[in-house]
Design a protein around this ligand. Structure first.
Ligand code: AMP
Ligand code: ZN
Length: 113
């Protein structure tokens, strides 16, 4: 999508700090981290939100969880980590290109992220 912030990041039109990339997925550092480790993992294919995941496009979502586990192994996140995707207004979604936050490096409460 031409006016999507994360599509522009994938195309390199907006700078980002890359953590991982393959043909289906891109991962980069969140610009406003809420934990010592805060990485966003996104599909290169534009999907707006969790609600739009279906049997046609869900393969990339399972791949994202493989990538999250690989990043966690590579970064040695042995104390644990959280993967979360905000869907819609009540969850606080602000960018409508589906993304999975990988959070680690501190104790994570449940009433926040
Ligand atoms: P959400 O609120 O779940 O939609 O998450 C959107 C995330 O994107 C937030 O954590 C923002 O800090 C992050 N973000 C917004 N713009 C950028 C950017 N240009 N580079 C990296 N992360 C960004
Ligand atoms: Zn997009």
């Amino acid at each position: 999508m031409s006016d999507c912030l994360f599509c522009k990041i994938i195309k390199g039109e907006i700078p980002s700090t890359k953590v991982y990339e393959d043909e289906k997925v891109y991962a980069f550092k969140d610009i406003n981290p809420i934990a010592p480790v805060h990485i966003l993992i996104i599909p290169k294919e534009h999907i707006s939100k969790l609600e739009d995941v279906n049997e046609t496009n869900s393969a990339v979502i399972s791949h994202i969880f493989e990538v999250a586990a690989k990043i966690a192994r590579d970064m040695n996140l042995t104390n644990g980590y959280r993967v979360v995707s905000n869907c819609g207004d009540d969850a606080g979604q602000t960018v409508f290109h589906i993304h999975f936050h990988l959070l680690a490096g501190r104790k994570l409460g449940w009433e926040e992220q």
